[in-house]
Design a protein around this ligand. Sequence first.
Ligand SMILES: [Fe+2]
Ligand SMILES: [Fe+2]
Length: 155
Amino acid sequence: MKGDPKVLEALNSLLADELTAINQYMVHSEMCDNWGYEKLHKSIGKRAISEMKHAEKLIERILFLDSAPVVNVLREIRIGSDVPKMFSNDHDSETAAIKAYNAAILLTGDAKDFATRELLEDILKDEDGHIDGIETVQDEIAQMGVQFFLSTQVG
Ligand SMILES: [Fe+2]
Ligand SMILES: [Fe+2]
């Protein structure tokens, strides 16, 4: 089925965001593993895999809409040098993703592509969950202090 060009452009742009997030989160997850923060390693790794599933769904949809997924475009990958900086950078990524998904959802409505809209709405709910998880950690760090928080994340 031939897709609307503007919708396809938006899907490829979201794909670039997802591919960037996968890389950033994977590095953050492995840095936490390297420091011995096993719980953070697992939770950030889980978030990276969730973004991978989003990328998979976007690729699938772009192919269905008779177009070619662009997988060689990445945005700036922002690696945090410590845990609070990681979460701050990841918070920025999720904020940008939520904004971009909301804008793309409006676009799919204009193009009357409601099946794509439904897919994007499902992904948007996951992004809401991601930012919720990040903000929980940021609150815990603010309330416990970073050293105590990190002591709860070891193995
Ligand atoms: Fe995502
Ligand atoms: Fe996300």
